[in-house]
Design a protein around this ligand. Structure first.
Ligand SMILES: Nc1nc2c(ncn2[C@@H]2O[C@H](COP(=O)(O)OP(=O)(O)OP(=O)(O)O)[C@@H](O)[C@H]2O)c(=O)[nH]1
Ligand SMILES: [Mg+2]
Length: 310
């Protein structure tokens, strides 16, 4: 692998390539050799950050700190500003609940509810999680609670066969909450380690569909009071700023505990991770970097900041 970076970091680097190119293109003039540290540079940086995908609120917050440090004469040269920026972003992405693991139940089964808007990558991301967990020798069960879209059950079933895990399903049109209840039941009976619950895509603006998610969560709780232990919101990285709005609305109906950022490989908008973390406070746990079950990375704030600014 290039630069001797193999495995995990290699995939994250590759997934972030477009984002990195855009960022470095944008910051190139600022931190070029020979560039002076002056108010112009700070003003220009402000413009670039506002135009970046982290969102205006987060950009303003960061630039305010840069300005304060500049006024306090904390920088000797443009490189100091660069380092400050990188450290700031690293710190923003960190925090106690940051990092790429799911919250496991004290006693199995652990239930992971997966939610998100249409086509964000939920079902594929479930295949990725199933693949990771199976490799860790955990017994995984899938629940096909997308009974809404035709062929959704089959799609999950194909993944279950390929990965070699069992699935609980019903016919299209069945009550998704009933499937969730059956699956929770089966997870206990079959002594499963992790139950991954797939749900139908829903626009965060559609009130009744959003309420249905709340119902699924309540029904799972009836069977397992501590569950779901993790509610992962799958966001499509290519949607950029709208992802922040989605995260805010989904949180109103279910207790979202973390994010799965899918399709990072296809976008230059990876900077949105910073805004989501800062504005919504939810940790990114995994990133999707392709369409196969292996195209997944556990999110590591340090590695992300490193790969972004490399
Ligand atoms: N490049 C890339 N494509 C992805 C990634 N994750 C998912 N996809 C693709 O995105 C499309 C939608 O993925 P699904 O997993 O079906 O999305 P979903 O959220 O389950 O969709 P609905 O159930 O219809 O709401 C598929 O073509 C996937 O192959 C990713 O990380 N990278
Ligand atoms: Mg799906």
């Amino acid at each position: 692998m290039a630069f001797g970076l193999g495995g995990a970091l290699g995939k994250l680097r590759a997934g972030l390539q477009k984002t990195r190119e855009k960022l470095s293109q944008s910051l190139k003039g600022l931190f070029a050799i020979g560039r002076k540290l002056d108010q112009d540079l700070i003003d220009e940086l402000e413009e670039k950050l506002i135009a970046a995908d982290m969102g205006p609120a987060t950009a303003t917050q960061i630039i305010d700190e840069v300005k304060a440090a500049y006024k306090a004469r904390a920088f000797k040269d443009p490189n100091d500003v660069y380092v400050f920026l990188k450290d700031k972003i690293r710190a923003l992405l960190g925090g106690p609940d940051a990092g790429g693991d799911i919250r496991f139940a004290a006693t199995p089964p652990t239930v992971v509810l997966v939610v998100g808007v249409n086509g964000s990558g939920k079902t594929t991301s479930i295949a990725k999680l199933a693949s990771i967990l199976t490799k860790e020798k955990k017994k995984v069960l899938l629940a096909a609670c997308d009974t809404f879209r035709a062929a959704a059950v089959e799609q999950l079933e194909i993944w279950s066969q390929r990965i070699g895990v069992e699935i609980i399903k019903a016919q299209t049109g069945a009550d998704p909450a009933a499937v969730a209840f059956d699956a929770a039941d089966a997870a206990v009976a079959r002594k499963v380690d992790v139950l991954l619950v797939d749900t139908a895509g829903r626009l965060h603006t559609k009130e009744n569909l959003m309420q249905e998610l709340g119902k699924i969560q309540r029904v799972i709780k009836k069977k397992l009071p501590d569950a779901p232990h993790e509610v992962l919101l799958v966001l499509d990285a290519t949607t950029g700023q709208n992802a922040i709005a989605q995260a805010k609305t989904f949180r109103e109906v279910v207790d979202v505990t973390g994010l799965f950022l899918a399709k990072l490989d296809g976008t230059a908008k990876g900077g949105v991770v910073i805004g989501i973390r800062n504005e919504v406070g939810l940790p990114v746990k995994f990133v999707g970097v392709g369409e196969t079950p292996d195209d997944v990375e556990r999110f590591d704030p340090d590695a992300f900041a490193e790969a972004l600014f490399e």
